[in-house]
Design a binder for this molecule. Structure first.
Ligand SMILES: Nc1ncnc2c1ncn2[C@@H]1O[C@H](COP(=O)(O)OP(=O)(O)OP(=O)(O)O)[C@@H](O)[C@H]1O
Ligand SMILES: [Mg+2]
Length: 107
């Protein structure tokens, strides 16, 4: 984490929601087929260029697909409603990365 000072409550709440869903997905889905192999997730959050940048990456099985559930769709809707951007990269066998940029707007 590289964030100062505290951000506005709506941005902090959104960041919590995004990281919670992404880590829940990593725990539920990322290593489903390799249960005895250690899997790692990295979370980064930093403020830069008037935005909050969040990344959640895991080294699991990949293949995440927003059409297969409601959690990722919910993240996409929420981030876009706040004027932010979100990108998901999840090639099969190569882990999953979720990158989010949220505008801070002085908060
Ligand atoms: N980190 C991940 N690694 C591998 N597969 C993933 C990952 N995240 C999501 N997926 C796949 O993408 C699908 C959609 O994820 P999504 O979060 O939208 O739904 P969900 O987690 O199944 O259910 P929920 O609506 O409770 O979030 C999942 O069902 C899973 O197959
Ligand atoms: Mg989910």
């Amino acid at each position: 984490m590289d964030i100062e000072p505290r951000l506005s409550e709506p941005i902090e709440v959104a960041a919590y929601y995004i990281v919670s869903e992404a880590l829940t997905n990593a725990a539920k889905h990322a290593q489903a087929s390799v249960a005895h192999v250690a899997s790692v997730a990295h979370v980064e959050a930093r403020t830069r260029d008037g935005g909050l940048h969040i990344s959640v990456r895991d080294d699991g099985v990949g293949g995440a697909d927003p059409r297969q559930g409601s959690g990722l769709i919910g993240l996409i809707d929420r981030v876009e409603a706040m004027g932010g951007t979100i990108s998901l990269s999840s090639p099969t066998g190569q882990g999953t990365s979720l990158l989010v940029d949220l505008p801070i707007k002085g908060g």
